[in-house]
Design a protein around this ligand. Structure first.
Ligand SMILES: [Zn+2]
Length: 314
């Protein structure tokens, strides 16, 4: 997913063209689509137009592209996360996450099939084992395995692998003050939303005195309320407190709704136990003297949708 050059090389080799020619075609395709797709995306289209399918070949991890339905890779397990159970809309299930690496890169693999998951649970596949994956579906920077995928231990021997994180995705126990990180975890606790008053013009905090509210810049104003929501995220390694302000809250619920106790409780109940991607900056909370993430982005990991998508692909 990261290595565009490798991808171009592979397309060139398979099509019997020079690299330069493939790159020219990629650029032309990108221009034709008004730059709406990435170079990697354009290269995938060019490959398809040339009749090249990557779907039956074994690829290097860096050659994986988003949207593949039959990705085949071999990699060494460099990280195993605890198996998680989830319940969503009356349906319960398990999901396991591992990180595999080869000499070109590493990627998260998400296992949804209980047969695959049991290989991890019973220790058949463990840290440092080499695994073979067939018919994986790539999504964002991950490979998702359904019941239609193959997942097994491989006899291949792998030398040095790329253990350096390819993205800023980290585990909670790895985060350090000042980092910009992306964490994937489950919400295990949600605190009462708090509100503060800001100037309706500049969104800065207002001061309150006997005569009402005033903004440093805009004088007397009728302030509006903005919400802050704190929750605790658990990714299986540790927990971390996350702070969300209006912009992120509004991605999940209109912040106004949090003032309505009934809606606020329903929202909390719905969100508890939900898996989220949270990106943001790691800061030290002076009051609690611990690290927290000030969210700049939140996105639900939509388990139902992933399952439906994977089943549809069978
Ligand atoms: Zn103002």
């Amino acid at each position: 997913m990261q290595n565009y050059d490798l991808l171009i090389e592979r397309v060139a080799k398979s099509a019997g063209l020079d690299k330069e020619e493939v790159e020219r075609r990629v650029e032309a395709k990108k221009a034709k689509l008004s730059g709406l797709i990435s170079k990697e995306g354009a290269a995938q289209i060019i490959a398809a137009e040339l009749g090249i399918s990557f779907e039956d070949q074994e690829l290097k991890i860096s050659e994986l592209m988003p949207g593949m339905r039959k990705a085949n890779v071999v990699g060494k397990v460099i990280n195993l996360f605890p198996v998680r159970e989830f319940e969503k809309n009356g349906r319960s299930g398990k999901v396991a996450n591992i990180i595999i690496a080869d000499d070109t890169g590493n990627t998260r693999v998400v296992l949804w099939d209980t047969n695959h998951i049991s290989l991890i649970e019973d220790g058949t596949i463990k840290q440092d084992d080499v695994v073979e994956i067939r018919n994986g579906a790539t999504r964002d920077n991950e490979i998702h395995l359904s019941g239609f995928s193959e997942f097994k231990k491989s006899d291949k021997v792998m030398g040095e692998v790329q253990t350096e994180k390819m993205t800023s995705e980290k585990t909670v126990e790895e985060i350090q003050q000042g980092q910009s990180v992306k964490i994937r975890g489950t919400i295990v606790q949600i605190f009462q939303p708090r509100f503060y008053s800001v100037c309706p013009e500049c969104n800065k905090k207002v001061a309150q005195d006997a005569e009402g509210f005033s903004c440093n810049e805009h004088g007397k104003v009728q302030p509006k309320d903005r919400a802050i929501l704190n929750f605790v995220l658990d990714d299986g390694t540790e927990t971390v407190r996350v702070v969300m302000f209006s912009d992120q809250i509004n991605l999940l619920i209109p912040e106004e709704d949090l003032k309505d106790p009934e809606k606020a409780i329903a929202f909390r109940d719905d969100l508890l136990g939900t898996e989220l991607y949270v990106s943001g900056n790691v800061k030290r909370n002076q009051f609690f003297n611990n690290l927290e993430i000030v969210a700049s982005g939140v996105e639900k990991v939509d388990v139902e949708k992933l399952i439906v998508e994977l089943e549809a692909k069978g």
